[in-house]
Write a protein that binds this ligand. Sequence first.
Ligand code: IPE
Ligand code: IPE
Ligand code: MG
Ligand code: MG
Ligand code: MG
Length: 291
Amino acid sequence: MNLKMYLEEKKRKVESQMFNSLSDPSIPARLAESMEYSLRAGGKRLRPVFVMAGAEAVGGLDDEVLDAAVAMEMIHTFSLIHDDLPAMDDDDLRRGKPTNHKIFGEAVAVLAGDALLIEAFFLLTKGFKNPSLLLEVVRDFAAAAGARGMTGGQVLDMESTGKIISEKELNMLHACKTGALIRASVVSGAKLCGAGRDELTALEAYGSKIGLAFQIQDDVLDIEGDEKLLGKDIGSDEGNLKSTYPAIIGLENSKVRAAKLVDEAVSRLSMFGSSADPLREIAKYIIERNM
Ligand code: IPE
Ligand code: IPE
Ligand code: MG
Ligand code: MG
Ligand code: MG
């Protein structure tokens, strides 16, 4: 398969659905502008791709999971807006553009983040045919985004600032702040398309390993990435004294660890045939990417 074309096609689908869903005149103009600013700024749209690739692995179709895919991208974009705030990472550049608070001010940026998170659930629960599956996915998304997942992980990230923590603690931090949304993306796509228990167990393991590899590569790129390609400030972690993989085990060891996680993730897909090829290819891309 051609991964580049695959990613472009999924990105197109998700963006067209996402931008359609936003044109609602009952949203105050300034808020809509701020939400759209960050959604339209760009981004790889990898979490929505994971939703669709998870669906595909179990024989599902993109259209069955498109609202869930868009919802996940909204949750992710909310997390980025808040992550960049002065009270958090205090970054000026995101997706190649000034961060949301630089344009709209902190108050609107906070509220645009809130609104995107809630809009995600508004969209997710609209018109899905199987209520019991939907309820499960709503719970999965809530757990992944909230105190047990990304939000909790961001607090662990803050608390670990300026400290030497163990690799085990760092794994926990990364699994929450980044792994949870990625794992929920893969699993929910498959769940909404009727995946069986064994399939979900395999995809959960894949998602956990890839989620961790993804954040390790993010930490690596914060050191040796190209700011223009990445579209965000590099050196941010060192400047903020963050506990990252390179800070704890070194840059080269971090790359080795990420590559091992990718191999392990792919090996968890052995029960699937070619329907999981996109997940296999995306796994490799996670550590080869430079943006
Ligand atoms: C960045 O995520 C934040 C992390 C959780 C590491 P991405 O690298 O997926 O950011 P976009 O969506 O492509 O901008
Ligand atoms: C962010 O981790 C994880 C989120 C929950 C947004 P980082 O702080 O390393 O993400 P970037 O590097 O700013 O995208
Ligand atoms: Mg951060
Ligand atoms: Mg950050
Ligand atoms: Mg980072």
